[in-house]
Design a protein around this ligand. Structure first.
Ligand code: SF4
Length: 221
């Protein structure tokens, strides 16, 4: 299967009733600042370079970010922290991500998520994560990335679950990189949510170091 075929399947998905209702409700009601937008209001597919050796795994679309724009990390504060960092590291051609069609291109990097629909309070349930897991599995099969960057603990744990790895030595620690028995490198980063960036839990310098590590791991055995 090709990525574009997979992405069409993702966009058409209605498996999780709670999330379907929520994403569509948010798209209908909108936020005052975006009243002139026609919200995407559907699952958000993966985005990036189909030849990528780095796969980034986020959590879920932001209600007024990618649930509005239809592209991962586009149009909200998390993307406003992520894309400039990817640009500085040479993984993106520009730091800005405002809308689909804004000429943003990713090089050697692809962005996926453990849940493709915006969840209430940014919290997908375990059942919803299970429902969505096959899409991430397919992306791993198609892309065969060398490095997987988990943005947050939930993404980290989901990757280990997909590979059936139960090793207490593998702990989610910001900046830690593990060579998995599957051959992938798994690199841990705090999620660039406002909760982390505004509190200083994740700084620009800490985040830049993640993308430098990702670049080094591409070349490492
Ligand atoms: S979260 Fe995933 S499985 Fe659930 S409806 Fe959205 S795309 Fe489908």
């Amino acid at each position: 299967m090709r990525l574009d075929t997979l992405n069409k399947q993702i966009i058409a998905c209605r498996k999780c009733q709670r999330l379907v209702e929520w994403r569509e409700e948010v798209a209908r009601v909108k936020r005052k600042a975006y009243m002139d937008w026609e919200y995407w209001g559907k699952p958000v597919p993966g985005f990036g370079d189909p030849q990528a050796r780095v796969l980034v795994v986020g959590l879920a679309p932001g209600a007024h970010g990618s649930n509005r724009t239809g592209r991962a990390f586009t149009g909200d504060a998390s993307g406003g922290f992520l894309y400039p960092a990817l640009h500085r590291a040479g993984f993106a051609n520009q730091p800005n991500a405002e809308r689909r069609g804004d000429d943003l291109r990713l090089m050697d990097l692809y962005i996926a998520a453990v849940a493709r629909c915006a969840p209430p309070a940014n919290k997908p349930s375990p059942e919803e994560l299970n429902n969505c897991q096959p899409y991430l599995v397919r992306e791993l099969e198609i892309l065969k990335p060398k490095v997987i960057v988990s943005l947050g603990r939930i993404a980290f744990e989901r990757i280990l679950r997909i590979f059936s790895i139960r090793d207490p030595a593998l702990k989610f620690v910001h900046g830690a990189a593990y060579k998995l028995n599957t051959g992938h490198w798994l690199l841990c980063s705090y999620h660039p949510s406002q909760q982390n960036t505004l509190t200083g839990k994740l700084t620009v310098r800490m985040f830049d170091a993640i993308w430098s590590s990702a670049r080094e791991l591409i070349e490492k055995d």
